[in-house]
Structure formats: C-alpha cells, structure tokens
Design a protein around this ligand. Structure first.
Ligand SMILES: C[S@@+](CC[C@H](N)C(=O)[O-])C[C@H]1O[C@@H](n2cnc3c(N)ncnc32)[C@H](O)[C@@H]1O
Length: 245
C-alpha cells in the first residue's frame, strides 16, 4: 500500500504532467478541439506557435485560435466594425485578430507599463502583481511587421482610463472585442466602453474569466446589468467568449 508521502508525490507528479500538457504550447493545448474547422485550426495553431516562440504572446494556443476564428467569422458574416484588443502586452493576441480579418482596423490598447495595482475585487491571488506583464509597443510593431504587415494597426498607448475616451470617438463599431486586462477595473472599463459599440452578431472575448476572480466578477456583473444572458463558450480553462444577440 502506498504511504501518504508516496501518494502526495504521485499527485504532485500528475499535477506537473497535467500542467505541462495544458500549458501554452503543451500537447493538450496544441491538439485540435472536436469540431474545430481544419483551416481555422491550421492557420491559428501555426501563427500562435510563431508568436509564442517569438515572445509576442503569453496566451494559449486554444485562446489564440479562438481569436483568429472569431475575427474570421465576423468578417465572413459581414459584422461591421473594428477589432479591439484591450491589454496586448507584446501584440500576439492583436496579430491573431488581424490575421482573421485583415481588412479591418485593429486597435491595440496597453499601458506598456505592465499591470496596474489590483483592486479590492481582484482577490488575494492578485496581490503583488502590479507591474507584471510589461509589454512593449516596439515589440507590437515588430510582431505586425513580421506576421501581419498589411494590417491597419492603431496602437493606443496609455492607461485605459486615458486612452479609451480619446479613442472612443473614432471607433463607432466593434466586431470583436478582446478583454485581456486581467483585473476587475480593467475588464469592466473595456466592457463599459466598447460593448455598446458591438452590433448584433459581434463577439466579446474574456481572456481571464477562469483565472482571475476580478475578470470573472466584472464580466458577470456587467452582463447582468445589461441583461445579456447569452451562454459563455469555453476556449480553455480560462478563456470565454459569447456572441452578442
Ligand atoms: C496578460 S497581458 C496581455 C497578453 C496579450 N493579450 C497576449 O497576447 O499575450 C495584460 C496586459 O494588460 C495591460 N493592462 C491591464 N490593465 C490595464 C490598464 N488599466 N490600462 C492599460 N493597460 C492595462 C498590461 O499592461 C498587460 O500588458
């Protein structure tokens, strides 16, 4: 019979194996999902892999493929509007959106000073993460030069509370909104600013719904407030999206 120490070390090894498989670029993450269209899978998986290897994205393949797929679907279905990425780090997620809808303007919002201080609604796990995820505008531009050279990229550097009002006047409609600001305030402000500009049939993607409690709270509270009860679709353990009715 296994001792408790053996059981604990077996469980830890299993946890490490599970983590390695599901981590960005791990086998489970890279494997196609049931029902995933082959073209979307191949284009998304290849591009995400290059972006991950180049240090342009920290997201998983499943979430990256989702961004490309949704932007492509919005373009195919004629959903009007720009692609808006709130929290871009080094631009990987933004490139994946642009690859799906190459003729749309694509907005990249980020402080390029890392994450702001988390707030009361972000839970204990967020403590000490201020300044994490320090991206660079130069890397964003480099990623576009390498992987989406023809895209209509519009970088808006600064804290969301400053950059959103300045840009909102020029963005009348949003076909795909990607909220990847991690914290409650950042996700809520992204939704408050851009959700009203999404036409019926457009998409909202929340990167951190399953990972950061603040992102989940902001999403749930906002959806309740606007009466949007569309079921969330799972991209992976944390990513969720829905199509606006
Ligand atoms: C997890 S990273 C984004 C990862 C990226 N989407 C990718 O593809 O790898 C989160 C980003 O959100 C930005 N961010 C969070 N809250 C912000 C705010 N209030 N204003 C500006 N940038 C913010 C951070 O600077 C950071 O680069």
């Amino acid at each position: 019979m296994a001792t408790s120490a053996e059981t604990a070390s077996g469980a830890a090894a299993l946890g490490r194996l599970r983590g390695a498989l599901a981590a960005p670029g791990g086998w489970w993450d890279v494997a196609p999902r049931p029902g995933e269209a082959l073209g979307d899978y191949l284009d998304g998986a290849r591009l995400h892999w290059k972006l991950l290897r180049g240090g342009y994205s920290m997201g998983s393949s499943r979430r990256g493929r989702t961004l490309l797929k949704l932007a492509r679907a919005a373009a195919r279905d004629g959903v009007p509007g720009a692609l808006v990425d709130c929290g871009v780090w080094n631009g990987g997620s933004t490139v994946l959106l642009a690859a799906g809808a190459p003729n749309r303007p694509v907005y990249a919002f980020d402080s390029f000073q890392g994450l702001p201080q988390p707030g009361d609604r972000d839970g204990e796990e967020s403590a000490g993460h201020e300044g994490f995820c320090l991206g660079s505008e130069q890397k964003v531009r480099e990623a576009f030069a390498r992987f989406a050279p023809g895209a209509d990229l519009r970088v808006r550097a600064g804290w969301f509370e400053d950059s959103f009002p300045a840009a909102a006047g020029e963005i009348d409609r949003v076909a795909v909104l990607h909220c990847d600001g991690d914290w409650y305030d950042s996700v809520l402000l992204s939704l408050q600013t851009f959700y009203p500009r999404i036409p019926s049939g457009g998409y909202v993607v929340i990167d951190d719904y399953g990972h950061w409690i603040g992102a989940r709270r902001a999403t749930d509270e906002f959806r309740r407030r606007v009466g949007d009860h569309t079921p969330l679709v799972r991209a992976d353990y944390t990513g969720r999206y829905w199509r606006k009715p």
